[in-house]
Ligand binder design. Structure first.
Ligand SMILES: *Cc1c(COP(=O)(O)O)cnc(C)c1O
Length: 390
């Protein structure tokens, strides 16, 4: 790792990511694994994380937007890659030419795909998505017959290959939620109908991270793991990362930009929401909401400074916030650890989620581009060494 001084950095441990992929594969031994790297790999950096996931054996990558999928191709990825969040206009043709599996939830999308196929002069790989109850994207069960028929006709005409039938859970992060059984029932019906109509998808899939961790009966041919691959538990109900042998991948640190003694009664940051209770030492942590630190962390966010947890004193501003060191001292340039795996006693992304009324997914994903990502544990792309599972 570079020792160049930095205002702030998000250290991304790719060895931990690879180990997490292996731990997830061990949970779903009969299924293939899709590394979900949408939203810049939940803020961790899509290209390095995708490469690390491939090195650990991920057969598939998954993205939301076509731009995310095309960026992975531009960076040299050549494996199977599914992209699921489409709007009219695609770009379908670029996706077909880049050998991306495209998700289709309705007839309009299938029509745009087949038009693009004619322009590209090569068939498209299409995965049909059924809404089994999430109520978001996906074909309504009542429209499934029409979509399956149209896809089968397009397949017989040599325009598409239906490579997958899939769906997404609403409440897999709440083990025992009745919607899980209900969704599986709808999924089974959709699968049998598609099979009866002559579709032979390579992969049937519905499991996200929580389902991969807690519901083996949902693994089918492929599991799509996002948050767990980054070493974060989908929810407190599912458990702690270490319960599943997962290790948080991102550590967010900053260098203290100011340390000073102030008298009691001193207001701190905008609005003076915090007033020093007595003479004390204040430390300035040079990250704020422009870096993705939630403003909701004002007065609540935990930070490790000088070996102890401190709490954000007063408001989180655009570029900085303050912690009160009480009777302790620190030096300018000392490290503040906002979150990480927890082994040095630092808070975790889950702790930040609890403190700020959100989920750990959002804590890591919102860390902005102003914070440089620093990669450790990387295996060079052209390396002949094998990932030995360190
Ligand atoms: C984001 C996403 C996933 C991954 O979800 P995690 O809970 O992070 O594992 C899987 N499938 C789809 C369709 C998604 O949008």
């Amino acid at each position: 790792m570079s020792e160049t001084p930095m205002r702030a950095r998000a250290v991304v441990d790719l060895a931990a990511l690879r180990a997490n992929v292996r731990a997830l594969r061990a949970r779903a031994p009969r299924a293939q694994l899709m590394a979900v790297v949408k939203a810049d790999a939940y803020g961790h950096g899509a290209v390095p994380c995708a490469r690390a996931a491939r090195q650990a054996g991920a057969e598939w990558l998954g993205t939301a937007t076509p731009q995310e999928a095309l960026a992975l191709r531009a960076a040299g990825d050549t494996g199977r890659l599914l992209c699921w969040l489409w709007t009219p206009g695609g770009p379908w043709r670029e996706a077909v030419e880049a050998d991306i599996d495209v998700s289709v939830s309705g007839l309009w999308a299938l029509e745009e795909v087949t038009a693009a196929v004619r322009a590209a002069g090569r068939p498209a790989r299409v995965q049909l998505k059924i809404d089994t109850g999430l109520g978001r994207n996906g074909c309504q069960p009542g429209d499934w017959e029409k979509l399956v028929a149209a896809a089968r006709d397009a397949e017989r005409a040599g325009l598409v290959k239906v490579t997958g039938v899939w769906s997404h859970f609403a409440c897999a992060d709440e083990p025992g939620h009745p919607s899980i059984r209900a969704q599986l029932g709808v999924f089974e019906d959709a699968l049998s109908y598609a099979a009866r109509e002559g579709l032979t998808p390579e992969v049937r899939h519905i499991a996200n991270s929580p389902a991969t961790l807690t519901l083996p009966e949902t693994h089918y041919d492929l599991v799509r793991t996002g948050v767990a691959m980054y070493g974060i538990s989908p929810s407190p109900e599912v458990g702690l990362p270490e319960d599943f042998g997962l290790r948080p991948v991102m550590t967010l640190t900053a260098s203290l930009a100011s340390v000073k003694r102030v008298p009691g009664g001193h207001g701190v940051s905008y609005g003076h929401l915090y007033v020093t209770p007595g003479e004390t030492t204040l430390a300035l942590v040079p990250v704020g909401y422009a870096d993705g630190i939630p403003r909701a962390a004002s007065g609540t966010g935990p930070v490790l400074v000088g070996g102890k947890w401190r709490t954000v004193a007063g408001r989180v501003a655009m570029d900085q916030f303050v912690v009160d060191l009480g009777g302790d001292t620190a030096r300018v340039g000392d490290e503040a650890v906002l979150f990480g795996p927890g082994d040095r006693g630092e808070p975790t992304a889950e702790d930040w989620a609890r403190a700020t009324g959100t989920i750990a997914y959002e804590v890591v994903t919102r860390i902005s581009a102003r914070v440089p990502r620093v990669y450790t544990g990387e295996i060079p792309e052209d390396s002949t060494s094998h990932d030995t599972g360190e």
